[in-house]
Design a protein. Structure first.
Length: 87
């Protein structure tokens, strides 16, 4: 175990572990390779909303499946450009 974890108070360590477990459980995982797709990556939704990453999805299947982009952990805090000023 890391020295910084050993010196943590038990309550702080328990809260840290719980947060890491919750974050891991909330992430979507590819049904093929079981990795969590990165923010901005395109994922494909198969039968029963089964998630397939772009690496595991063949090109023929890409045409028949629904797809969407993966959002980051804070999508509402992103910066959006609403209009471009005239040059």
């Amino acid at each position: 175990m890391d020295e910084s974890l050993r010196s943590m108070p038990p309550l702080e360590l328990a809260l840290l572990r719980e947060g890491v477990e919750r974050r891991g459980a909330a992430q979507e995982r590819c049904s093929g390779c079981h990795r969590a797709p990165l923010a901005g990556e395109r994922i494909y939704l198969g039968e029963a909303d089964q998630v397939v990453c772009a690496l595991c999805c063949s090109e023929e299947a890409n045409r028949s499946l629904r797809s969407r982009g993966v959002q980051g952990p804070w999508p509402k805090r992103s910066i959006r450009i609403l209009s471009q000023p005239a040059a």
